[in-house]
Design a protein around this ligand. Structure first.
Ligand code: HQG
Length: 183
């Protein structure tokens, strides 16, 4: 049984980004799933959703994590996937500088290997240091990294912007990373 919008959002993130198989859901190659199927499959696991509840979560979600097709029959997550989906995001010219929030304990490895996507499909970058700080704090003692995106882009690295304005790239080599702040 689901209650708060936050719990429903977490559930949607789980099945739309990471583990659709938990409820026997199938996502298409671009990450979309039919909302009626989602409701039925969730109901079979005693998770009560409705079209109205899902639409309201999509609209009010703090980070705009989800997106509906224009006819409101299908839903997908805007970013954050660990399962291989192709969002077909067009390449974008990025701003000259972006930020990544991480935890201090990851720094030695990041200095050696650069930023890796880990279980996700992309490295996630933020347009502002404040957002990066919040992302980093989820993992521990936060550190803000500044990425020399102007140089990365000039060197041929591709950047994508998710529907909810998270910058995505495949890998950030260590040479483009500097520590902008530690708390
Ligand atoms: C770290 C949230 C060691 C990386 C946020 C991060 C974001 C390394 C962690 C989105 C490393 C992965 C994604 C290396 C990277 N060695 N550690 N070489 N390279 N790391 O959760 O960026 O609320 O997969 O710094 O707002 O924290 O879910 O990525 O600390 O947009 O919608 O490995 O999730 O959005 O952690 O967060 P994550 P993230 P939602």
């Amino acid at each position: 049984m689901m209650q708060s919008p936050e719990e429903i959002s977490k559930f949607l993130s789980l099945v739309l980004r990471h583990k659709p198989e938990l409820i026997g859901l199938r996502l298409d190659a671009e990450g979309w799933t039919d909302i009626n199927e989602l409701i039925a499959k969730a109901a079979a696991k005693n998770i009560v959703l409705s079209h109205e509840v899902i639409c309201s979560i999509v609209q009010t979600n703090d980070k705009q994590r989800f997106f509906l097709t224009a006819d409101r029959t299908c839903i997908r997550a805007n970013q954050g996937h660990s399962i291989p989906v192709d969002l077909h995001l067009p390449e974008q010219v990025p701003p000259p500088c972006l930020f990544h929030g991480t935890a201090s304990r990851f720094l030695p490895s990041i200095k050696e290997k650069g930023l890796l996507p880990g279980v996700r499909q992309h490295v996630h970058l933020s347009a502002d240091a404040e957002t990066a700080l919040q992302v980093g704090a989820r993992h521990g003692k936060p550190v803000i990294l500044r990425i020399d995106v102007a140089r990365m882009h000039k060197d041929g690295c591709a950047f994508f912007l998710s529907e909810n304005k998270v910058w995505l790239t495949r890998h950030v080599p260590a040479e483009y990373i500097s520590v902008a702040g530690e708390q």
